[in-house]
Write a protein that binds this ligand. Structure first.
Ligand SMILES: Cc1cc2nc3c(=O)[nH]c(=O)nc-3n(C[C@H](O)[C@H](O)[C@H](O)COP(=O)(O)OP(=O)(O)OC[C@H]3O[C@@H](n4cnc5c(N)ncnc54)[C@H](O)[C@@H]3O)c2cc1C
Length: 381
């Protein structure tokens, strides 16, 4: 199939939270927008599924209220050291728990209702920019547009095609996610540390809980399988062992992703404006990647509209450069510090003695504890 005769205002590559939010915003401004997503909604995704409340009013303004879909209201944080000592603190802003299965699917429906075209089960394999327009190639067609938003997440073969620097580095970071049933406080998110990683637990819709961890090790290098990693490493923390042993696991096998990278990335690649994890992934212990993805989409689409670039019959190189510069400046202002502190704080985790010392020290100085949480979060959107 080919669709060469239509020139879209914007093609959005990847329909996670950054891509879906961008698509909804552009469609509701009356833009001709095409979202291309390689999977089919609804589907599960590796993620802790705890979203900071900073995005709640904005999501409602788009027409999606997570609470109406049974999202959990989360107010308290429990941290355990690798040796199993619990520390409790209140979350000033708090957050909500909702599965990606639900939120992504509902935002997809919203995007369609606003008039966006959405292609599912379609993978973008290449993007080129020439003669002032983009050509986006998928597994079965090519499409053209004036602008392209790259919101295809943490890592994709597209990054290789674009020769992005971070893709050259191999990381051992592995993400593992389950949905479970368990007797656990409804309004609490737990972050349980283990040697070389940490595991989150919090409620999503109904009485289902998300259990998701990041291990700095590539399990296949040292263990026969994920179960062995859990038994030999995670279960050294007695709190985690208890959670795993009491849980009823709802899936036959966990969802697993490997090669997760927290390295800084280029925001603009060959005029593609990156958004969400494709622009930079904050360490999951901050519980802030999803609100950053939504916030970056709001920022970028707001700038596109403000620039009026899509109203011009001919976009000049200067127009494009101004938009890209403005996005870069404001993205750095809004997100760069959070990514930096996320990496720094994660540096204290992993080594059991250092993690325990760090958590005990920070917890004994409440203003410092609040400051560290504040540094990795933003204001209400
Ligand atoms: C272990 C772990 C736990 C986490 N826990 C939390 C948490 O509790 N709270 C939080 O806020 N954040 C958390 N995060 C971060 C959060 O998941 C991400 O920041 C968020 O999903 C970013 O959204 P996104 O839209 O940028 O990317 P994604 O949600 O990953 O969406 C990218 C989309 O692009 C599609 N795609 C990829 N390649 C292509 C292609 N070539 N063509 C077409 N489509 C493509 C994918 O199928 C996907 O749907 C966690 C991350 C990890 C690794």
């Amino acid at each position: 199939m080919s669709n060469n005769d239509t020139i879209y205002d914007v093609i959005v590559i990847g329909g996670g939270l950054a891509g879906l939010t961008s698509t909804i915003e552009l469609a509701r401004s009356g833009r001709k927008v095409l979202l291309i997503e390689k999977k089919e909604y609804p589907y599960h995704k590796v993620c802790g599924e705890y979203i900071s409340n900073e995005v709640l009013p904005y999501l409602r303004s788009l027409g999606f209220d997570p609470i109406a879909f049974g999202a959990a209201d989360i107010k308290r944080l429990r941290l355990s050291t690798p040796h199993g000592k619990n520390i409790y603190t209140n979350l000033d802003m708090g957050g909500f728990g909702i599965s990606r299965y639900t939120i992504d699917n509902e935002l997809y429906k919203l995007a369609v209702s606003k008039g966006a075209e959405v292609l599912m089960n379609t993978r973008v394999t290449d993007v080129t920019f020439a003669d002032n327009q983009f050509t986006v190639t998928t597994n079965d067609a090519t499409y053209t547009s004036k602008l392209v938003i790259g919101s295809y997440g943490k890592r994709d073969t597209l990054d290789k095609k674009l020769d992005r620097e971070f893709i050259q580095q191999h990381t051992g970071y592995t993400g593992v996610k389950y949905h479970i049933k368990i007797d656990y406080p409804h309004d609490e998110i737990g972050l349980d540390n283990f040697k070389d990683g940490y595991c989150g637990i919090s409620r999503v819709e109904g009485d289902t809980y998300n259990l998701c961890y990041l291990s700095y090790r590539a399990p296949k290098d040292e263990f026969r399988n994920i179960a062995e990693l859990e038994e030999k490493v995670l279960f050294k923390n007695p709190v985690l062992k208890d959670i795993f042993q009491r849980a009823t696991f709802l899936w036959d096998a966990p969802l697993v992703i490997t090669q997760v990278s927290f390295e800084p990335k280029q925001l603009i690649e060959n005029h593609i404006m990156m958004c969400g994890d494709a622009a930079g992934l904050i360490t999951p212990l901050c519980g802030n990647g999803m609100s950053m993805a939504i916030g970056a989409a709001k920022l970028l689409t707001g700038l596109i509209e403000e620039s009026e670039i899509l109203d011009r019959s001919n976009i000049t190189a200067t127009d494009r450069q101004q938009l890209e510069d403005c996005y870069t400046k404001l993205w750095n202002k809004q997100f760069k510090t959070r990514l930096y502190w996320g990496r720094k704080i994660q540096g204290f985790f992993g080594n059991p003695l250092l993690t325990s010392a760090f958590l005990n020290t920070v917890h004994s100085i409440p203003p410092l504890e609040r400051r560290l949480i504040g540094l990795t979060h933003g204001k209400v959107l």
